[in-house]
Write a protein that binds this ligand. Structure first.
Ligand code: SF4
Length: 362
């Protein structure tokens, strides 16, 4: 633990903040969209402490693996079944598709490789003449690495299956769906490092919802809640930055420029959500020769046009929209565990169900 972490886990300071939150005597529902925030909330017992102080904090669609759709899962399985080398982040291999997961395709001889980053996938492409597809998932934090590789030039046999998404439109979709009466949002520190503070401003301006960008240590999260409580008490709705030791107002302009150069925004669906305008990304025409969906459109035609149903007994969609808690799912910890997951929220360490399971009883 470094000195900063030590300072940001100070128990006395945490108690002082909880006291202040309690003194405010408010009853608030706050959403965050980050698996690391959820981990901190549950691991350090803050979720329950805050609940006792009238603050309910809900995890929204902030886990990149969890929000991938059944169609995207089927795309990677189909490509692997057709002999294409698929490279994915570790969690994706276990996400159940309609009938099976990528793991099953691998067991049956599919060339599926787990990578730590896009550079590993590019290296594989450089070492072979066969096509190599990288499944690019993630939010604003990870998109720049894919953009950077394509902008500097990738091998001709390297393709990207783009499943990247953008956070602010999803936040607005949640608000517009009206299933939750939210009083505040805790914004993700990592995403904000890239996009800065401004892309959230319309939410406070148009929907009157206070927001605080927060770091990931316990005191970061408690301070963010305290700042939100203060905004509510004072009748303010604005974007404040608790994580200003890392997040700058303008974010990372170079990363933003790269993403803008390589990708364009498109409407896309998220697991559990209808199509959210402007919330997805696809490669611009200049980079389309690396687009796996174009290169293998003949293999993916049926996947693209067919309707998908999620399992009725898996409530991942409701969990991602923040209207159901993991333990309310009848399969939680019984038919569905990290070792034998039914939905992506139990697969990914950033998923609400996985986090609830890992820390249950502790
Ligand atoms: S516990 Fe399992 S089945 Fe239930 S919502 Fe979570 S991932 Fe889906």
């Amino acid at each position: 633990m470094d000195l900063d972490q030590f300072r940001l886990r100070d128990k006395k300071m945490a108690e002082t903040l909880i006291d202040k939150i309690q003194e405010a005597d408010v009853d608030l529902k706050i959403m965050h969209v980050c698996g690391t925030h959820q981990d901190t909330l549950v691991r350090f017992g803050l979720e329950d402490m805050l609940k006792e102080s009238g603050i309910r904090i809900i995890q929204g669609p902030g886990c990149p693996v969890c929000v991938t759709t059944p169609r995207e899962v089927q795309e990677i399985i189909t490509l692997a079944e057709n002999g294409i080398t698929m490279t994915v982040f570790g969690d994706m291999i276990k996400v159940p598709g309609e009938k099976r997961s990528l793991m099953h395709a691998k067991e049956e001889g599919g060339d599926v490789r787990v990578v730590y980053g896009i550079d590993d996938a590019v290296e594989m492409a450089e070492d072979t003449d066969k096509p190599v597809v990288f499944m690019s998932i993630g939010f604003e934090t990870t998109t720049p690495s894919t953009a950077s590789v394509l902008a500097r030039g990738a091998p001709d046999n390297f393709f990207v299956l783009c499943c990247n998404r953008v956070i602010p439109p999803a936040l607005e979709a949640i608000i517009n769906m009206g299933e939750l009466d939210l009083h505040g949002l805790i914004e993700p520190g990592h995403v904000s490092t890239i996009i800065g503070t401004r892309p959230y401003e319309f939410i406070s301006r148009e929907h009157g919802i206070p927001q605080v960008i927060a770091g990931f240590e316990p005191l970061d999260v408690l301070m963010a809640v305290h700042m939100l409580v203060k905004q509510v008490k004072e009748g303010r709705a604005e974007v404040e930055n608790e994580y200003d030791r890392v997040v700058k107002t303008e974010g990372n302009p170079e990363a933003q420029r790269l993403v803008e150069q390589v990708f364009r925004r498109v409407d896309t669906d998220w697991r559990g959500f209808p199509v959210i305008p402007d919330s997805g990304l696809e490669l611009r025409d200049e980079y389309a020769r690396h687009d796996a969906r174009m290169e293998f459109s003949h293999l993916l035609e049926e996947v693209r046009t067919r309707a998908y149903r999620e399992r009725d007994d898996c409530l991942c969609g409701e969990v991602l929209r923040g209207i159901t808690e993991p333990r309310e799912c009848l399969l939680f910890g019984k038919g569905c565990t990290p070792g034998d997951p039914v939905g992506p929220c139990m697969v990914s360490r950033e998923g609400s169900c996985n986090i609830a399971f890992r820390y249950s009883g502790r």
